[in-house]
Design a protein around this ligand. Structure first.
Ligand code: SF4
Ligand code: SF4
Length: 249
């Protein structure tokens, strides 16, 4: 399926001097022109640029209306070394969209599956909430929606908690125990935004310009260039999961 008709981008998006966000936006538009199966979405995170501000975490919570206990993009804060030679390392850790995802075969109802573009998705209507996938993920990238609200037991639930989400392109309102309440949840690279020509919320909100996104099958894309660098790593390579999230170290 080729992409839908989208408004043109500003001319500044072209050329090697373009801001990385504009360049990635142009990369995204090119990818959307291709059939889904020919896109290879990947994310690259430059740990040298991440300052641990958690803007991406918050933007993700706002974008996907995430309730208490559900986090798609935590930023892990580690202290390295011993005093006085101490430094801190911040590692944003979304779902790795593994090419060999342990969460998929354990799902008894095929609610978790890998899409042709490589994103590992959850069909909320099929998920029975058994949480096998949560146990199987070596990255702790999945959490469970227990149906809680930040403002419950205050005088009234606030409207932002009842606003609809558009994950997987489906409009849903968390109320009355309806999905995604009672389901496993995780990062999906903001698929609903991609289809509208927008980058994932964590990418556009990254204050340090440390997060990059695009189609690795496109030799002109920024991410294609970045994952070819010698300082690229993935998390837990020994797990054999073949992540699609890469780190520059
Ligand atoms: S990081 Fe975890 S949830 Fe994401 S695809 Fe890999 S195994 Fe599945
Ligand atoms: S919690 Fe849902 S997605 Fe996960 S294994 Fe069970 S049915 Fe599948």
């Amino acid at each position: 399926m080729a992409g839908k008709e989208l408004a043109p981008l500003p001319a500044a998006a072209a050329g090697p001097e373009a801001d990385v966000l504009l360049r990635m936006q142009a990369d995204l538009r090119r990818a959307l022109e291709k059939p889904v199966a020919e896109r290879r979405w990947v994310m690259v995170i430059d740990l040298r640029r991440c300052m641990g501000c958690h803007s991406c975490t918050i933007a993700c919570i706002a974008e996907n209306k995430l309730p208490p206990g559900v986090v798609y993009r935590p930023v892990i804060d580690e202290e390295i070394g011993t005093y006085p030679h101490v430094s801190r390392v911040f590692t944003p850790r979304p779902c790795m969209q593994c090419d060999s995802p342990p969460c998929v075969p354990v799902c008894p109802v095929a609610a978790t599956f890998k899409r042709p573009d490589g994103v590992v998705a959850i069909d909320y209507d099929r998920c029975i909430g058994c949480r096998y996938c949560i146990a199987a993920c070596p990255y702790n990238a999945r959490t469970f929606d227990f149906g809680e609200y930040y403002t419950e037991d205050t005088p009234a639930l606030q409207p932002y908690e009842k606003a609809p989400t558009y994950e997987y392109g489906q409009k849903r309102v968390r109320s009355g125990g309806a999905s995604p309440v009672g389901n496993a949840r995780k990062c999906h690279f903001c698929l609903h935004r991609l289809e509208e020509g927008m980058l994932p919320a964590c990418v556009t909100s990254c204050v340090g310009r440390a997060t990059y996104f695009g189609d690795a099958n496109d030799p002109e894309s920024l991410v294609h260039e970045l994952i070819g660098r010698p300082n690229v790593q993935v998390l837990k390579p020994e797990a054999g999961t073949m992540p699609r999230v890469y780190y520059l170290v």
